[in-house]
Design a binder for this molecule. Structure first.
Ligand SMILES: Nc1ncnc2c1ncn2[C@@H]1O[C@H](COP(=O)(O)OP(=O)(O)OP(=O)(O)O)[C@@H](O)[C@H]1O
Ligand SMILES: [Mg+2]
Length: 446
């Protein structure tokens, strides 16, 4: 899907995120530029560096949401990390480079999944043959005194079983199968060890030294089919090719979304056990600019990985980032605070809008929810009001309000099958007015 035009990308994002045109355009252009770069002659291709983006905007206005949706669209290796996690105590030793390792792992799984789909049919055939081997006792020599002709030919029996298998009549039959157990229990061997750098080669090495143990398991046919299919697919896939392709994709199309970048802004060194924020910024520099990171799949170059950072920048400003890092994020886009009108749209328009979610959830109990237009207006008004009076948490306010609004119906739904509940403005006011009027109360509840 990486051939989507910027317009198409924005149109796709529009299905999930209301407003925020600038941010959508910026990420759409960045994505398209990846594709354009691939078309260039190689000398030029190496020169074109991605234009990394910082999205700036208050909390709850869609920064992370845009990234999440973009990830699905991009069909590229996409990793979302919180920049702040690298300052936490537990992550000392789990260095910033680990984001590239994680991205590569992800890409390998992505490509492996694609290849597995490619060999699906063949793997299914092989799995069926192995199932038949398990179901049919090996042809024994004919005991003396018996005429061979009285036994049905092996092939005929096999076909009979195949037919039964396909018809699904043998699903609950138990078979015993041998599976190669490749997953190596690292965790048990190095409990609590810093899993950052050190696991890279050890795991590979030990994995190769100790040949996969063979495990015998008794399972039902339906489970056996799944396991055998997996194993056969694994044998059909050329892992060297998968790894090469995965690394190629990471290097050329990989996207890292660095959320909460404002949490590492600031130049002062923190006291105590936390890694200094400036330290994390310095560690990020080479990765963002382009360096080579060792991973268990080999060296990965980061020059053309696209970085999209996001942060609310309440306390800190982008200019509080160290200058070198600022320079590596040339594009700044601001996200706008959400208006009352946006709230109405957010409640109804996105594919997974809240009203759709609640309606579907309650429908499972046979309760039909009906939101009137004036109810939506009322909810949006209340959300705006509470955001102004207390903390502005953007669209997240709608979550707390809807939960409170539908508390009664959600609780009683199992006892109201077949009932249609109209949620109109009066209903909304009735359920929420008291809370809204009392600011202290809304501080706690909404
Ligand atoms: N513009 C929008 N359109 C549709 N839904 C939105 C929009 N903005 C926010 N939301 C909804 O609100 C929730 C929070 O949004 P999101 O996670 O994108 O916030 P954020 O901007 O990343 O905030 P923070 O700075 O706190 O991380 C999401 O579940 C999202 O669905
Ligand atoms: Mg966020």
């Amino acid at each position: 899907m990486d051939h989507l035009t910027p317009r198409q990308i924005v149109a796709e994002l529009d299905k999930y995120v209301i407003g925020q045109r600038d941010a959508k355009r910026a990420v759409a252009i960045a994505l398209r530029n990846r594709w354009r770069r691939q078309k260039l002659p190689s000398e030029l291709r190496d020169e074109v560096a991605p234009k990394n983006i910082i999205m700036i905007g208050p909390t709850g206005v869609g920064k992370t949401e845009i990234a999440r949706r973009l990830a699905r669209l991009a069909d590229a290796p996409f990793l979302k990390v919180e920049a702040s996690k690298y300052t936490e105590v537990g992550y000392v030793g789990r260095d910033v480079e680990s984001m590239i390792r994680d991205l590569t792992d992800l890409a390998v799984n992505l490509v492996k999944g694609e290849r597995a789909r490619g060999v699906e049919d063949r793997a299914a055939e092989l799995a069926e043959e192995r199932l038949l081997d398990l179901l049919l006792p090996a042809a024994r020599p004919v005991p003396p005194g018996f005429e061979p002709a009285t036994l049905p030919p092996v092939q005929e029996t096999r076909e009979k079983f195949r037919k039964m298998l396909r018809e699904g009549v043998l699903e609950d039959r138990v078979v015993e199968l041998e599976l190669r157990d490749k997953a190596f229990p690292m965790m048990e061997i190095f409990p609590g060890a810093g899993m950052g750098q050190m696991d890279i080669n050890l795991q590979e090495m030990l994995g190769n030294l100790l040949p996969g143990r063979v495990k015998r398991r008794r399972v039902k046919v339906r489970e056996a089919r799944r396991l055998l299919h997996q194993e056969e697919a694994g044998k059909l896939i050329d892992m060297d090719e998968v790894v090469a392709e995965a690394v190629r994709r990471v290097e050329n199309a990989g996207i890292v979304f660095l959320d909460e970048i404002d949490k590492i802004a600031g130049r002062e060194r923190t006291l105590g056990p936390d890694v200094s924020r400036e330290g994390v910024q310095r560690d990020l520099l080479p990765i963002v600019e382009g360096s080579t990171v060792p991973t268990k799949y080999g060296m990965v170059r980061t020059d053309h990985i696209l970085f999209i950072a996001a942060g609310a920048f309440h306390a800190a400003k982008p200019s509080d980032l160290i200058p070198e890092l600022q320079g590596r994020f040339p594009l700044r886009v601001e996200l706008q605070p959400l208006t009352r009108g946006d709230f109405v749209r957010i409640l109804t328009e996105p594919e997974s809008a809240l009203t759709k979610q609640y309606t579907a959830l309650l429908q499972t109990e046979g309760v039909t929810l009906d939101f009137t237009k004036d109810a939506l207006e009322e909810i949006a008004t209340i959300a705006t009001g509470v955001n102004e009076a207390t903390e502005n948490i953007g669209a997240r306010r709608l979550y707390t309000i809807m939960e409170r609004l539908l508390d009664e119906v959600s609780f009683e739904a199992p006892h109201l099958p077949g009932v249609r509940v109209e949620i109109n403005a009066a209903y909304v006011r009735d359920r929420l007015q008291e809370l809204v009027r009392n600011e202290d109360l809304s501080r706690y509840i909404l």
